[in-house]
Design a protein around this ligand. Sequence first.
Ligand code: UD1
Length: 342
Amino acid sequence: MKILVTGGTGFIGSHTAVELQEQGFDVVIVDNLSNSTIEVLDNITKITGKRPVFEQFDLCDQSLTADFFRRHNDLAGIIHFAAYKAVGESVEKPLMYYRNNLQSLMNILEGMLANNINNLVFSSSCTVYGQPDELPVREESPIKEAFSPYGNTKQISEEIIRDTLKANPQLQAIALRYFNPIGAHPSALIGELPLGVPNNLMPFITQTAIGKRPVLRVFGNDYNTPDGTAIRDYIHVVDLAQAHVVALNRMIEKKMKKNYEIFNLGTGNGLTVLEVIHSFEKVSGVKLNYVFVDRRPGDVEKVWADTTFANQELGWKAQRSVDEMTLSAWRWELRLAGKLND
Ligand code: UD1
């Protein structure tokens, strides 16, 4: 069965391509390589022994996307990752975010409708909850006004999918709201490869530890949390990738309760920034150079997932510990630096 993975050379996309191939799916990747490199394809191939079909183009291009779908009208499903995701950049360049994240989704939905392709897994985010009133946060929790244009693109995308499905009940979609994916494949062949200065915590930690960055700035130690640093629900990227395969199978096997379902993907366990740092220091043996600075504008204080619905309905549960997350991220950084001795 053939599956399209958009953004399949990116961080989560590449891990999902691996899991799909390991479960016998044929993967077609579309990526414009705006935030990833073609070497990822070689490394997916090294891990799985199978090279995904790859096409490089921009899904915002309506005619290229329509042409792609005409040539691949036998797709059993689509997992749509391709999107911009930097919160700060989205505040500076909102139109770039709206155009990229929404236009590509609409082109894909049109391609699906034109070719009777009915199954879509969509990459959403816990950012749609903002700072929730109640924790852990459940899928039914109210959607709060988005903190950033990036977050708003995820809210609007979920609505675009909902309305399209209402009008076309033969379509099925699952939106997966990720909490904070970190870590890397145990082979250390694929991982998170931020271009330029990382925005996210885990790559900043590993780049500081390897010496690429002088110091990690911890944004805020005056939050209302046990150690004063902000709380997130970090989830191993391999657990997250596996959830996509489960979601896809649920659609293919017609096990959905309604044609649009939404699931939280997290561990259900909140960790402070300092807890992540301490795990990293323990598994790597490296003492991290960090300083406390002011809170980062737009950051929420704490958020973690209620995973009951995903656990019960998908029969999926995140398995990997924080130490496995930080160790795999470190092994990936070591391999990039040519310092991994296996
Ligand atoms: C945010 C969004 C998430 C989005 C992701 C993409 C929320 C709740 N989450 O994640 O939906 O997919 O961006 O980029 O809106 N930190 C530091 N120092 C650093 C970097 C981060 O202390 O150098 C802290 C942050 O303040 C935060 C935690 O680490 O408390 C995690 O930050 P980050 O990895 O950037 O993810 P989020 O901001 O939670």
